[in-house]
Design a binder for this molecule. Structure first.
Ligand code: NAP
Length: 311
């Protein structure tokens, strides 16, 4: 039987609807909407797309969102100066620096930029202060993608307490905060990575399996316990026709979409997993929309916190 699809678009809409009265109340009390500053360095095509979605969604939710662009050739010092300006801005409650940064920047640039964002405005939840608070289960600004996964599970009625959750991936942005959030939700959590031995066997123990590898269709039915809930975080732009042909029958909707666009965004989860899992978040339309909704929620929380409107 095919798995129930966990609809990220619907859940993201619900998160934004819940936020509407808070945005209205903030604007009435402060005299301006909550404000988000998005920094984009260079012209990375996928980043352009993500930033456009974030700006559109922020506007639709009643937030102020400003795009601050720097050229591909900008120096790290220029980028840090822009972050400082946004830190000092009264109308910006949240700051997001879109990654990846240009390859010409120093290898530790991303870390230094995330560290430079004021913790109170860190709507990405990546500042060490907020990561430390997450470890202690007292953070209100948490990385958007993993907090979106928890929101998707909760609002889709997937039980977490006492379940065995397996997370594949241990990045600072997805895997580690994901594991901590599931732990705080009282799951028993296993974290896997590229050095894990017998990965499929361990993954198969998960009642909830979260895949955040960035390897298209890597997670086959052999990784999935029958009846498990599978959350596919991975997103990879695939342009290789042979890969697409191997996954989707010629003439299928996804194959036709590939022919039209010349590329397809694929998750980490193989399409055949839908026959084994009981619930599955699709790519696209699963975790992605939630990531944006959680960014907007973090911006509202940061705004309320700055103005003393949060308990
Ligand atoms: P990342 O920093 O590259 O981390 C990937 C993780 O996967 C690493 O921990 C790596 O292990 C592990 N891994 C890679 N190959 C593996 C293998 N063969 N077996 C087991 N583990 C393996 O990526 P990320 O930033 O966490 O992102 C992960 C994916 O999520 C990407 O596709 C990204 O595009 C996507 N993403 C989506 C959203 C969204 O909004 N939908 C948001 C963020 C990220 P090691 O640590 O041992 O190297």
């Amino acid at each position: 039987m095919a798995a129930r699809l966990l609809d990220g678009v619907e859940v993201a809409d619900a998160v934004r609807r819940d936020m509407a009265p808070r945005v209205t109340r903030f604007a009435a009390q402060v005299g301006r909407p909550p404000g988000l500053g998005i920094v984009l360095v260079g012209q990375h095509p996928a980043s352009e797309l993500y930033v456009r979605s974030k700006l559109k969604s922020a506007g639709e939710t009643g937030l102020r969102a400003d795009l601050e662009r720097l050229p591909e050739t900008a120096s790290l010092a220029e980028l840090l100066a822009l972050v400082e300006r946004l830190n000092a801005s009264d109308v910006h409650d949240g700051i997001l620096v879109q990654s990846p940064l240009p390859a010409s920047m120093p290898s530790d640039a991303e870390r230094r930029v995330f560290d430079a964002v004021s913790p109170e405005k860190d709507v990405d939840g990546l500042h060490p202060v907020n990561v430390g608070k997450l470890v202690q289960h007292r953070a209100d600004l948490v990385a958007c993608t993993p907090s979106g996964v928890v929101e998707l599970l909760r609002r889709s009625g997937v039980p977490i307490v006492g379940r065995h959750a397996v997370v594949i991936g241990r990045s600072d942005i997805v895997g580690k905060p994901m594991a901590l959030l599931l732990l705080h939700e009282h799951a028993t959590v296993t974290v896997c990575h590229s050095k894990t031995t017998d990965l499929a066997r361990i993954a198969r123990e998960g009642d909830i399996l979260v895949t955040a590898l960035g390897r298209p269709a890597f997670v086959t039915p052999a990784f999935v316990k029958p009846g498990a809930t599978v959350i596919d975080v991975g997103t990879t732009h695939v342009t290789d026709r042979a890969v697409i042909e191997g996954l989707f029958p010629v003439g299928s909707k996804r194959f036709e979409a590939f022919l039209r666009r010349g590329s397809l965004v694929l998750g980490d989860v193989h399409p055949a997993v839908a026959e084994v899992a009981s619930a599955l978040s699709p790519v696209p339309g699963g975790v992605g929309p939630l990531t944006i909704a959680m960014l907007l929620r973090n911006t509202v929380v940061a705004a309320e916190r700055r103005r003393g409107l949060l308990p």
